[in-house]
Design a binder for this molecule. Structure first.
Ligand SMILES: Nc1ncnc2c1ncn2[C@@H]1O[C@H](COP(=O)(O)OP(=O)(O)OP(=O)(O)O)[C@@H](O)[C@H]1O
Ligand SMILES: [Mg+2]
Length: 241
């Protein structure tokens, strides 16, 4: 596959939940294979909305979306690519719907046509990767908030997507679990976009950070200054900070 392959291309996107309060205005975005992008922007600026548009869960009032080089116009267009892009919902309760953890995690692979045996193998491997081996028989709705978030991530990863859209993956997680996820992301050979308010996390896991301003995505220079190692002359000694 071409390394510079465009995975997501959004052009001139307008979106509003109600006519008099536009959320996204003439937004352009291009995401390439191998990209690791962070989105950091204020509450209510439209980050989650943007992910839902990328997945075809919402429809823009104008503009176009291309995914893997194909124009996304109708629900069947999105249905065809959804298994290749894994969305981690901001709210885990939107993600989990099966009685037990193993059923939830194997739902995706089963739905993609894997045999029951294969689906369970993939699910166990994924749970193990996230340190959740003991969780498979737990009752989903009885999990704590943080546990639900982790199991949600397992349901996304078990589909072995090429692209991850992670909506605040660290919210509600303890320090150890946050570093488990950070390490997991660094190990994985996938393209991803992460929405987070945690600059340090984005600094470790992404190469580029953007923000939403006035309904458009723009490079976040402020974050950029923080997250990029750069040598510059300070006195006579070039150094990094
Ligand atoms: N289903 C909905 N119906 C009407 N308005 C909505 C709906 N979902 C979100 N909004 C509004 O759209 C705006 C953008 O919401 P969105 O969830 O995309 O923001 P966000 O950047 O993800 O915020 P946060 O950082 O709090 O998660 C908000 O003002 C929100 O109130
Ligand atoms: Mg959000």
């Amino acid at each position: 596959m071409d390394k510079n392959q465009t995975i997501i291309k959004m052009t001139g996107i307008d979106f509003a939940y109600s006519e008099n309060s536009p959320i996204l205005k003439n937004l352009d975005f291009e995401f390439f294979k191998g990209d690791k992008v962070g989105i950091i922007a204020p509450n209510g600026s439209g980050k989650t909305t943007l992910f839902h548009l990328m997945m075809g869960l919402l429809t823009p009032s104008s503009g176009s979306i291309e995914i893997f080089g194909k124009p996304m116009k109708t629900e069947p267009d999105f249905a065809e690519i959804r298994h290749r892009i894994g969305l981690l919902f901001q709210d885990a309760d939107d993600q989990l719907f099966c009685p037990t953890v193993l059923e939830d995690v194997s739902f995706g692979p089963l739905n993609m046509g894997k045999s029951r045996k294969e689906a369970i193998e993939i699910s166990r491997r994924t749970l193990d990767f996230l340190g959740l081996s003991e969780f498979e028989n737990r009752i989903t709705f009885k999990l704590s908030g943080g546990e639900k978030k982790l199991v949600s991530l397992a349901t996304v990863l078990s589909m072995e997507p090429e692209v991850l859209l992670l909506d605040e993956p660290l919210t509600g997680l303890d320090t150890k679990t946050r570093s488990t996820i950070t390490m997991a992301l660094k190990e994985m050979d996938v393209s991803y976009i992460i929405i987070s308010h945690n600059i340090e996390f984005l600094k470790t896991t992404t190469r580029k950070t953007v923000t939403l301003r006035g309904g458009r995505l723009i490079a976040d220079d402020q974050v950029h200054v923080h997250i990029h190692d750069h040598a510059h002359v300070h006195g006579d000694v070039p150094h990094k900070h």
